[in-house]
Write a protein that binds this ligand. Structure first.
Ligand SMILES: [Zn+2]
Ligand SMILES: [Zn+2]
Length: 234
């Protein structure tokens, strides 16, 4: 029945590349291969992409941070945007292909290469958002990261999100956005405490959400925290 339904849907809404409109897939091979990759991992403390920069934040450094591409890239942006705001779960196939590209074109070892045990924690959205969309894109991306990049990792769900004042993306970056994020996540008291965690999100802009989740994990006793985002928002 699933296949039949997909067939009907494909006939009514044929898949077209989000960038060039070519029929066949939500992202054609040439457009997928043109997405610019971030070739150097961001600063693990302030998430700056520049080699030489003033590390302004006094935040605790992550044990490693990886981002895939740039949110201003039209193709990557269209894929993430469609996944996030149009509940287009099928776009996960294309994001998984992008993750495979990241893996195959990476020159350096992953920062977590030496970790024997690592737990992947998606930066879950608010319950209202998940209800609206029918799925949580961070969870879907977390699963894809395990499948495509860290097959030995386990998936965990050890955070809960405190009700937020407004969805992050509706607020311009700045003090208000930071205030909105403060205390976003709580560690679930009954969850087992992993020694090493990889936090996964779709877009990392200021990094405040990811830092907040890292704080919750460290306070619970997690030793090492890594971060991963499909795209850098800056
Ligand atoms: Zn295309
Ligand atoms: Zn820095």
């Amino acid at each position: 029945v699933e296949g039949y339904r997909a067939l009907i849907l494909d006939a009514v809404f044929p898949r077209r590349c989000v960038t060039c409109g070519a029929y066949g897939n939500w992202c054609c091979d040439p457009c997928l291969s043109k997405i610019e990759l971030v070739r150097r991992d961001p600063c693990a403390r302030c998430f700056s992409l520049k080699v030489e920069h003033e590390c302004e934040t006094d935040a605790e450094a992550f044990d490693g941070m990886v981002v895939g591409g740039f949110y201003h890239d039209p193709t990557l942006r269209a894929l993430i945007h469609g996944l996030k705001y149009h509940s287009a779960h099928e776009l996960m196939e294309e994001i998984a292909r992008f993750l495979r590209r990241m893996r195959s074109e990476r020159n350096a070892p992953w920062p977590w290469a030496g970790e024997k045990e690592i737990a992947v924690q998606p930066l879950i959205g608010s319950e209202r958002r998940i209800r609206e969309r029918g799925f949580d894109q961070a969870v879907a991306i977390g699963d894809a990261v395990i499948q495509e990049i860290i097959p030995w990792a386990t998936s965990i769900s050890a955070l809960e999100r405190a009700p937020s004042l407004a969805a992050q993306v509706e607020i311009e970056p700045g003090p208000l956005r930071s205030a909105n994020v403060a205390g976003t996540f709580r560690f679930l008291s009954n969850a087992p405490i992993p020694s090493t965690v990889l936090l996964v999100d779709d877009v990392c802009t200021t990094g405040s959400t990811m830092r907040d989740a890292a704080r919750a994990f460290r306070a619970a006793g997690v030793k090492r925290v890594y971060g991963f985002a499909v795209a850098a928002g800056k």
